[in-house]
Design a protein around this ligand. Sequence first.
Ligand SMILES: [Fe+2]
Length: 271
Amino acid sequence: MRIGIISDLHIDRYNNSVENIHLYEDALVEEIQNRQIDMLLIAGDISNSYELTMDFIHTISKESGIEIKFVPGNHDLWQSDLTKNTEEILQRYADQSECLVRQPYIINDDWAIVGHTGWYDYSYASGRFSYERLSRRAYYGGTWQDKEHVDWSYSDDIMSKNFADDVRDDLAGLEGRKIILVTHIVTNTNFRVPMPHRLFDYYNAFIGTSDFDEIYDDYDIRYSIMGHVHFRHSLTEGSITYICPCLGYKREWRTDDIRTEMGNSMYVIEI
Ligand SMILES: [Fe+2]
């Protein structure tokens, strides 16, 4: 079985016109067909709205004819006006059959997929900032945008723990299977922005979490798919391969060609 993985498509970053979104849809469907993929996993940040994200998933699934599974990223959870508690939006995603949150997918007797957005716990920042300083989520004249668009019931570090507990609950029912873990937030410090760094000594606080460290010790995770940092990078440590297959923003691309970039960011695992 060939499983395609990709993340951080940000289809509405510059322009949410139907024509622009078609470019992303066409390029992704073409890549799925060219690489002969049987299933696609998306590690979050498809768009900044629930409707756009779900429409995109339904279109890709219909046009490619393959199953799509995803976790919402922080951007998928955004709202412009903060009228809803963000748990409500997460639950709307979790109620969809394509969403992996609290809904593990059993591939066969040997393999299963577990996924969650995850959340950052500030532990990836430089030690020179206090918890109180990091929790302000503003530095060097900039504000971490989740502060404006995400409203959880609890602090970021508590949400991180809660979501890691959700993943543990999912894994408890899958003993004996090899696991593909999908998170949006980074769960391995090698994927934070290298420090010292003028901005990311601070902003790495919002990139990853340490709450999955023990999960890696306790369960047979073979692949860990992550998004959020917009890297395209993979790393094997022991029996675990960590992969960050981010398409990222157009300004981060090396070429102007969406097909080239889609092809370079998508990674295929064979099980
Ligand atoms: Fe992103």
